[in-house]
Design a protein around this ligand. Structure first.
Ligand SMILES: [Zn+2]
Ligand SMILES: [Zn+2]
Length: 230
């Protein structure tokens, strides 16, 4: 018998009631029912068509955040999020990312795999910087993508000062302070292709939109986002 990765309780082999009702294929269980119930899947709620956040009755669609982005940027970006960034998810991220418990990638990898199987775009994970890599020892995004095919196309620039003056003109304000760079040899692989950017959390949207701007500039036909949480 395996133990729940989050609370350590023993996992029984029975099928969760929800899966029985929906007749979904049996997922490899990594956490117990009570731990699982603390997460809030966004597929069961109305969400913002821009960033994927849970939408309340008072909230317009797209949400105010997304409306601001639409005004400020030259391209439309659509993000889908799988779970709400609620206290359980916040706690999960703390343990997975900041305490660096690499086993916890398994908690959601099956769910992410299901989502990615549905579409054919080229999957590009948002990278982490060298300093994060050194302290944490892994990229939390590629950890989540373990069983999936993906292309590591982006790098975090080491030094923001290396952004050359020539890049600081007109067109896209997003390119100012661009924290990422393309890995040159792989650049051609996304020409005229649909790309799906994957990140762990969509917070302000700045990170994933910077990455999207770069991929579009490199010739991607379209770029969408998928995040574990919003
Ligand atoms: Zn548990
Ligand atoms: Zn939104």
């Amino acid at each position: 018998m395996k133990d729940c990765l989050l609370c350590g309780a023993g996992l029984r082999n029975e099928m969760p009631l929800g899966d029985l009702i929906r007749l979904t294929p049996l997922r490899k269980r990594t956490i117990c029912e009570p731990c699982s119930a603390a997460f809030s899947p966004l597929e069961s709620f109305p969400t913002c068509s821009g960033c994927g956040r849970k939408r309340t009755k008072e909230m317009p669609d797209p949400c105010y955040d997304c409306q601001r982005w639409e005004k400020d940027s030259q391209f439309k970006f659509i993000n889908t999020a799988l779970f709400e960034y609620n206290p359980a998810m916040k706690d999960y991220m703390k343990r997975y990312k900041f305490a660096g418990d690499y086993r916890l990638r398994q908690v959601f990898s099956e769910r992410i795999h299901e989502q990615l199987r549905k579409q054919s775009a080229i999957i590009v994970p948002v990278p982490v910087g060298a300093d994060t890599m050194a302290t944490r020892g892994f990229n939390q995004v590629t950890g989540l993508l373990e069983s999936d095919r993906y292309l590591e196309l982006l790098n975090v620039r080491l030094d923001k000062k290396t952004i050359r003056q020539s890049e600081k003109n007109r067109q896209d304000r997003l390119m100012l302070g661009q924290p990422f760079e393309m890995m040159a040899p792989e650049k051609n692989q996304i020409k005229n292709q649909a790309v799906l950017l994957v990140d762990d959390v969509y917070t302000t949207g700045t990170t994933i939109r910077h990455a999207a701007a770069l991929l579009l500039q490199a010739g991607a036909a379209s770029v969408r986002g998928l995040t574990l949480a919003r």
